[in-house]
Design a protein around this ligand. Sequence first.
Ligand SMILES: [Zn+2]
Length: 375
Amino acid sequence: MVRIGSHVSFSDKGLLNAANEAVSYGSGTFMIYTGAPQNTRRKPIQEQYIDEGRAVMAEHGIGEIIVHAPYIVNLGSYKDDTYELAVRFLQEEIRRTDYLGVKQIVLHPGAYTDKDADYGVARIAEGLNEVLEGVKDTNVHIALETMAGKGTEIGRSFEELASIMEQVERNDRLTVCLDTCHVNDAGYDIVNNLDGVLDHFDRTVGLDRLAVIHLNDSKNPRGAAKDRHAPVGAGWLGFKTMYNVVHHDQLKHLPFILETPWIGKDSTSQRPMYEAEIALLSDTVKQRFGDGFLSDVEKLAHFFKKQELDPRQFVLSTWELLKNDAKAKKADGREPMERLYDLIAAESLFPELSEEQVNQRLTAWFAGEHVLTAV
Ligand SMILES: [Zn+2]
């Protein structure tokens, strides 16, 4: 059974909160930030309902989970205060992760800002050496994340990750988190050549280093160097590619973490598609949502087929329009799922369903024949 989960909230009652949220989506794993990802303020980890959270996890068969380090720390910085804050904070964060009993903390390697990539790689390695020296007594691995290559971020190529590792003494403590959106945006063709990309990864970094997969679709075409996540099926990767990643022989044993955007016309009532995404990618739609759900998806398929609207074509042409035609974007900036939702709402196809429920069916429709035949 593949283990798929999402980023969940660690606020309020900490691990208890996170575990309950993960269970509500039918997750087999999950990922937390120990506090706000954009700052370094943290509550004492001892007060984060760890025993209570662990009990909920055990009851629902959730074992391994992941911590993500805040993305504001930058080990690649040439500024001493920024660099030292990153080292110190990461050490504290690793101690919190260890206290939680979590084995992997995902880290964005860093950015070289005004210097160059070689400087960035060397500085990050220096920082990791310092970090690891101070936390020798813990069992935590730092999972360097593959990055999209926006701005000056390091980690946009497997070679960059490999050279960081080469320069880190205790590199047995380093692993990798592969983000499907980021590698696409960095130029790797996982849509047409997943095997080739994994082969390349194996030759440069080593597949045995791979510890986590971030499962995100992308709002941008391959090589765009952007890093904007899309819901599964609503981006350039598409459902089939995401499904192939989850069920690939060399990947299927890993924890898969969704960081896909929440969907809804009103930003205050947006909902995640995690529950539908997890069920679709793990072939548990029928168990999770029931037969009625599947007949709704069929109804949706007929509705769009009558309009000769193909999901993949629609999604890609909408992203292309939004990217290349500023005037059209200004006139109508709606993203693909929003446009499709509006088409459904205009015909009041499902008058009894909430916006979230309609969007879950849309997500399933992206999976196409797969969802209708796999049951
Ligand atoms: Zn990340």
